[in-house]
Design a protein around this ligand. Structure first.
Ligand SMILES: Cc1cc2nc3c(=O)[nH]c(=O)nc-3n(C[C@H](O)[C@H](O)[C@H](O)COP(=O)(O)O)c2cc1C
Length: 468
């Protein structure tokens, strides 16, 4: 007969585990097993335990909500003399979510909370795809038009954010696999309005050289990695070319994170041992002892934040927690009807045209018909680096690639059955009281509400995120 038992932090009772943590009336408590276990006929079990004095999760340090300065000099000093030396934990950082999901409204809301908002600079011009009548006829002209539009929009968004927050720390996210990643970095540097750049979806071996140039001195840059090897390769590029080493790293855990995952092989994305955050932290410290490192993927609750800091990370990044808010670029209706519906599964697959595995909600996607393929190709803006898009080859096959430019733009506009990226912890979050109205209806919270919840609630048992 299957037997259920009180949950320990390992999800189930383990016989030889002397010390464990269980939930007692909604509170996590340390207990010592006294060796006696009784099973009832119904299959439930009682563990006889000695209760240890409750050991509350440490308070979240105030510096995780500290992004307000009275002038640019103070901000600069804080960045360089505190954050970059790893003396104080960083303000929480919102993950960059392209395209348009971590847009200006989300950045503003996170900044107001006291965190660091990350403006997505990943193909900001994607909405142009929604206005085919405006797209140029020739493929090359469309490509250039798309770059131009993306840079104009990005500059406008940065200027708008700076009007409200002239002195706060603002970050931007660049995806290296995009064709115009170098041009986007140039545009960010030229804007003068971004303090931190996080570069992901590829290994930007060119970045150390670019950021060593005189015009880039005012921007700090970090690289998103999921292993020691990736960090080492970027550091080597920095040393070889006399470039500037990354100012920080962001370790994104493929077993939990949303969107494209930094583990190229689908079969390994959920391998938590291969992507052990404690080991990766220690290894990066061996490579570069003083470089601050942030952790993200599967962080959405107070005890997970504490755990990340306890492992020696300087800060945390949250994606999905920020996505499921009114201010994100994800339409509220999509959050309500898909993200908060427990019947919609979270899956990982290799259908992104980039060839990176990705985590998303299980939706039907666009059918692989010749009409859909023709329409996508007619309006192709060559968003990915040459040779990197597998949509033309596999888009007509069942289970083949989707057109990311079309599908993300349509999701942003309100289509609910296209590409909906998510972190694994969404499965846990949708039970949070935060997302349920008084009448039991599904509710989309504000960023302030969502982040306050994350800072004050521990992960429930069996959470699909960072173990605590
Ligand atoms: C909808 C969505 C879009 C994302 N887009 C990007 C992106 O454009 N660039 C990037 O570096 N990471 C992207 N990510 C990853 C997030 O920045 C972040 O690292 C990750 O979601 C953290 O895991 P969490 O969702 O469990 O908090 C995306 C994540 C989501 C959920």
């Amino acid at each position: 007969m299957p037997r259920t038992c009180a949950r320990s932090e390992h999800g189930a009772y383990q016989k030889n585990l002397p010390l464990s943590r269980v939930w007692v009336r909604g509170e996590k408590r340390n207990v010592i097993h006294l060796g006696k276990t009784e099973f009832s006929a119904e299959g439930t079990c009682t563990l006889w335990c000695g209760m240890l004095p409750s050991s509350p999760v440490p308070e979240i340090p105030a510096s995780l909500r500290a992004n307000a300065f009275s002038n640019p000099e103070d901000k600069c000093a804080y960045l360089k003399e505190e954050l970059l030396t790893g003396k104080v934990p960083w303000p929480m950082v919102m993950g960059g979510m392209g395209t348009g999901f971590s847009g200006p409204a989300a950045v503003r809301a996170v900044t107001r909370f006291g965190g660091i908002g990350t403006l997505t600079a990943a193909a900001s011009g994607f909405p142009l795809r929604l206005r085919p009548e405006k797209l140029a006829e020739g493929k090359e002209e469309r490509r250039l038009q798309f770059h131009e539009e993306s840079r104009i929009l990005l500059a406008r968004q940065i200027a708008g954010i700076r009007e409200e927050f002239p002195n706060e720390i603002v970050a931007a996210n660049v995806m290296d696999i995009l064709e115009d990643s170098h041009g986007t970095v140039d545009a960010i540097i030229a804007s003068g309005g971004i303090d931190l750049v996080k570069i992901g979806a590829g290994l930007p071996r060119w970045a150390p050289e670019r950021f060593a140039q005189a015009d880039a001195k005012h921007v700090l840059y970090g690289v998103i990695v999921s292993s020691r090897t990736a960090a080492e390769l970027v550091l080597r590029a920095a040393h070889k070319k006399g470039g500037r080493a990354p100012d920080f790293f962001y370790v994104e855990l493929p077993q939990y994170a949303g969107g494209h995952l930094g583990q190229p092989k689908l079969e390994f994305v959920n391998d938590a041992q291969m992507h052990d955050p404690q080991r990766i932290r220690d290894e990066i410290r061996e490579l570069t002892p003083d470089t601050p490192v942030l952790l993200g993927g599967g962080i959405g609750y107070r005890d997970q934040i504490s755990r990340a800091l306890g492992m020696g990370y300087q800060g945390v990044v949250m994606g999905t927690r920020c996505l499921l808010t009114q201010e994100s670029g994800m339409p509220d209706e999509t959050i309500r009807s898909k993200y908060l519906d427990p019947a919609v599964r979270t899956i990982e697959d290799a259908r992104s045209p980039t060839d990176y595995p990705a985590r998303r909600l299980d939706t039907p996607l666009t059918s692989p018909t010749i009409e859909n393929m023709r329409a996508a190709m007619r309006y192709c803006v060559s968003c990915l680096k040459p040779g990197k898009c597998k949509y033309p080859e596999t888009g007509m096959q069942e289970g083949g690639a989707y057109c990311i430019a079309r599908d993300l733009a349509e999701t942003w506009e309100g289509r609910t059955d296209g590409v909906l990226f998510t972190g694994s912890q969404r499965d846990t979050m949708l039970s949070d009281s935060l997302y349920h109205g008084q009448n039991g209806d599904r509710r989309v919270p504000t960023m302030e509400e969502a982040l306050t919840y994350a800072f004050t609630h521990d992960a429930p048992p069996g959470a699909r995120g960072l173990p605590t």
